[in-house]
Design a protein around this ligand. Structure first.
Ligand SMILES: [Zn+2]
Length: 451
């Protein structure tokens, strides 16, 4: 947003919501004033703001929290604009309550040099609705052979390095990447998969894959790479971030790694926390994802990992595809789920079941990912006075049915189509600007001064 645009905006009062901000330990009823794109005042209870003129967004009965941060998504631009663009991807993000999203570099061309990073950043500024922070490649062309110009990428503003979609197979390259990453204080984000073990795999390896006659991807394929990466992080002292953890064994390994003092953080997706391999019965290509949906035993371990902070954050791995891509036999369909617009609704099931607290869930979507990103891009994941006014407002109890026709994302590929979810984003504010609003809410100018 332009500076003058911010000045023209009337202050906005988010009035009497249930404010939850784990970064400041706030969990109470109150109001929030936004002035010129920043949080300018926070009043507890019925307190009225210090100035008379503002618009009002009534938030009674709603949760008001820092805008969600997604450390892992695919925006597909440049190169795969039929699947998603920065414009449609950021619209989908706004609908899902995300105000900062970090996009993976598996585009065409891949984000392995300054020019491609600048391209994504400038598209995001002109066409994006929310903040886009790019992730640069580990290797040139994502080929896994030679390190990308990590220094150049770091100075162009990447928040980390990853060859996601593919693992960093070559251990020597991974070692070098972790070694160099120390100089930039940026994480190496690995998609952990031993591809020799998963080659041709379609789903989780187990009884169901045998029954369906689909080639399986064993949990061990992920765990071998997690173990290797932890060993390399220990060897180099580099910062490691494990993408989309999906197995109980990986959680155990990461727990042990943290106990040893290894610099490791980890993420889990909403689908790996809420859906099992049973979704594949019926050969629904929308349930085909990598890593694959696992078992309820894995889900239990992942949730426990979140509760114990072994897994630091929740990231969507939003991976949009066209309908034509997924409209084929199971074996030929690409991996991926369109995740932005169902993330909160899915995750709220864990809160309604008593497995996560509301503040705990919000922390995994705001404060914790902000800590991994650091302060280089401003104060993120907080409602602190002076921070950019990135705010998500949601109804924790609203029931709604997932209709992919309503998605802003070009990717309609979700196994949740037609499902009822409980918990819905009502409004998303990015840098003080309302970038998404549910029809159920009206913003009004304040008519008279409140007592
Ligand atoms: Zn991946």
């Amino acid at each position: 947003m332009r500076k003058d645009e911010q000045k023209e905006m009337k202050p906005l009062l988010v009035q009497r919501g249930h404010i939850i901000d784990p970064s400041q330990g706030i969990d109470e009823i109150g109001s929030l004033l936004i002035t010129q794109g920043k949080i300018s005042w926070l009043g507890r209870g019925e307190a009225a703001p210090p100035q008379p003129d503002y618009d009002v967004l009534p938030a009674r009965g709603l949760i008001v929290c820092p805008g969600f941060i997604d450390l892992h998504c695919h925006l597909r631009q440049p190169g795969f604009e039929d699947k998603e663009t920065i414009a449609t991807g950021t619209q989908a993000a706004a609908r899902g309550g995300f105000t900062t999203i970090c996009c993976m570099p598996n585009t065409n061309p891949p984000l392995d040099n300054r020019a491609t990073i600048e391209y994504v950043k400038s598209k995001a500024t002109t066409e994006g609705l929310v903040r886009v922070l790019p992730i640069g490649c580990i290797s040139k062309g994502r080929k896994g052979e030679e390190l990308a110009e990590m220094g150049e990428l770091a100075s162009a503003g990447v928040i980390g390095f990853s060859d996601d979609g593919e693992p960093a197979v070559n251990s020597r390259l991974m070692r070098q990447a972790l070694d160099y990453s120390r100089g930039f204080d940026l994480p190496i984000i690995d998609h952990c998969e031993d591809t020799a073990l998963t080659n041709g795999g379609q789903m989780n390896e187990g009884i169901i894959s045998t029954k369906l006659g689909l080639r399986g991807m064993p949990a061990a394929a992920e765990e071998i790479m997690v173990a290797r990466d932890l060993a390399l992080a220990q060897l180099t002292g580099g910062r490691l971030h494990i993408a989309h953890v999906s197995t109980a064994g990986s959680v155990k390994l990461i727990r042990r790694g943290k106990e040893k003092g290894i610099q490791v953080s980890a993420e889990v997706t909403p689908h790996h926390l809420t859906l099992t391999e049973e979704m594949v019965v019926g050969y629904d290509t929308n349930a085909k994802v990598n890593p694959p949906l696992r078992t309820s035993r894995d889900i239990q371990a992942l949730v426990q990992g979140l509760q114990e902070n072994v897994i630091d954050i929740i990231a969507t791995d939003h991976a949009p595809h066209t309908e034509a891509d997924k409209l084929c036999e199971f074996g030929r369909a690409p991996f991926g789920i369109s995740g932005f617009e169902t993330a909160l609704g899915s995750l709220m099931s864990l809160v309604h079941d008593g497995q996560l607290t509301l503040a705990g869930l919000i922390s995994k979507l705001t404060y914790q990912p902000a800590r991994i990103i650091g302060n280089k891009y401003g104060k993120l994941g907080t409602l602190a006075i002076g921070a950019p006014a990135d705010v998500t407002i949601f109804d924790p109890d609203m029931d709604w049915v997932v209709d992919t026709k309503d998605f802003a994302s070009k990717g309609k590929n979700t196994p949740l189509a037609g499902s009822m979810l409980k918990g819905k984003v009502i409004a998303t504010i990015f840098h003080g600007k309302l970038v998404y609003k549910d029809d159920s809410i009206k913003v009004e100018a304040k008519v008279c001064r409140e007592a």
